[in-house]
Design a protein around this ligand. Structure first.
Ligand code: ASP
Ligand code: MG
Length: 432
């Protein structure tokens, strides 16, 4: 077929038996006449365990050392997988991100890729060896220190390598059969989506769907690289992420399924339990207040998402301003607001961690009226109260109580006719 970059996530290489199973799979792909480049994550929950360990020895581990520590997880799986493949009679060679030419900036823990120079990988391919690359890591151009790309960054490694090598496809192997219309762990009626556009996938990833890393989809879109998300536990065809569902030209070589004629209106429902809602209470109602508040949040380096402004419960000449931030950053944002409280003369700051965000995503929203009406009717019928709303061209999101997340996702999923007949299979992983 051509050149395949295959990435295996932590749950696919969780133990020795899994690594041997993945080795067999890689060898089979090679035997079918493809060149194969493999990218691996750390085994199982290794990264979390290393993080825990670091915090046991230090209250404030330096970023440089943290990256040095965390990248060791991927180095374990790359070497073990190379051994297992060599055992099956094919030559495999493992490479760190640095050796594979993943050049980044120097922001430890969230480095950005600035260049990919995979000379050694090309060399290995030309010598008929299978390169195995440690995901999630690179080397900083300026400092020459080892960096990591952020949690879940192995997807990004795989896509970046695939783009640099002009691969035909980047296969992302995971513990579910592909991308689902909702998270099968909370909505068992979720169905597998055969194809999805980059734009829809980006919205779903940003809205909390964990199956693919947002930055990896952005990167693939820029290079028009097809991504195939599939299970390492089954042979089934998974989900293709491509630019345009009507354009099947890229999929001719990749997919056994025929063309998908009609584009579905809705791609899926995502939920996110990782946010907190901050309310600034009793903000004097005059120009410049929102600007000052959001400047303070920006200065603290925290990203905000949804924003709502209401007439304050505390009086008609004041407003309440609520917005969502990642839960991990809520304390930092609140602290920053306390610093300007006396200056701006608002009454109080409240942080509510008990929220969920539920989002409906679909490119068909652009051209089909009534999507919002169906969405809110379903939520109301489920007895769930909506606290905040935001939209994009192809997404509607609401903030609700955290304990309503499952009810809300399932109600919306059914209302749009997305329910499958059987139950989705989750093969492995601890979902950590
Ligand atoms: N092992 C890293 C993590 O757990 C990178 C990855 O799995 O993609 O975040
Ligand atoms: Mg992982």
């Amino acid at each position: 077929m051509g050149l395949v970059v295959a990435k295996f996530g932590g749950s696919s290489v969780a133990d020795a038996a899994s690594i041997r199973r993945v080795a067999k799979r890689v060898v089979d792909t090679k035997k079918a006449g493809n060149d194969v480049v493999v990218v691996v994550s750390a085994m199982g929950d290794t990264t979390d365990e290393l993080l825990d360990l670091a915090h046991q020895v230090s209250a404030n581990p330096p970023g440089r050392e943290m990256d040095m520590l965390l990248t060791s997880g991927e180095r374990i799986s790359m070497a073990l997988l190379a051994m297992a493949i060599n055992d099956l009679g094919m030559e495999a060679r493992s490479y760190t991100g640095s050796q594979a030419g993943l050049i980044t900036d120097s922001s430890h823990g969230k480095a950005r890729i600035v260049d990919v120079t995979p000379d050694r990988i090309q060399q290995a391919i030309s010598e008929n060896a299978i390169p195995i690359i440690a995901g999630f890591q690179g080397v900083a151009r300026e400092t020459k220190d080892i960096t990591t790309l952020g949690r879940g960054g192995s997807d990004l490694t795989a896509v970046a390598i695939a783009c640099a090598l002009q691969a035909d496809v980047c296969e992302i192997y995971t513990d579910v059969d592909g991308i689902f219309s909702a998270d099968p762990r909370i909505a068992p009626k979720a169905r597998q989506v055969p194809r999805i556009t980059y734009d829809e996938m980006m919205e779903l990833a940003a809205a909390g769907a964990k199956v693919l890393h947002l930055r990896c989809v952005e990167y693939a879109k820029r290079f028009n690289l097809p991504i195939h998300v599939r299970s390492s536990f089954s042979e089934k065809e998974g989900t293709f992420v491509i630019a345009d569902l009507a354009d099947q030209s890229q999929l001719v070589k990749l997919s056994k399924q025929g063309a998908v004629m009609e584009q579905p209106i809705i791609a899926g429902v995502a939920h996110d339990l990782g946010d907190a809602k901050i309310t600034v209470v009793g903000v004097p109602d005059r120009p410049g207040m929102a600007a000052a508040i959001f400047q303070a949040i920006a200065d603290s380096g925290v990203n905000m998402d949804m924003i709502v402004q209401n007439v304050s419960a505390s009086g008609a000449t004041a407003t309440d301003l609520s917005f969502t931030v990642p839960r991990a950053d809520a304390a930092k944002a609140e602290l920053q607001l306390r610093k300007i409280q006396a200056d701006l003369q608002f009454k109080d700051v409240e942080t509510d961690e008990n929220i969920a965000k539920v989002s409906l995503v679909g490119a068909g929203m652009r051209s089909h009226p009534g999507v919002s009406a169906t969405f809110f009717k379903a939520i109301a019928a489920a007895g769930v109260n909506v606290e905040m709303i935001s939209t994009s061209e192809i997404r509607i999101s609401v903030v609700i109580r955290a304990e309503d997340a499952k009810t809300c996702v399932e109600a919306v999923h059914s209302a749009f006719g997305l329910d499958a007949d059987g139950e989705a299979v989750v093969y492995g992983g601890t979902g950590r």
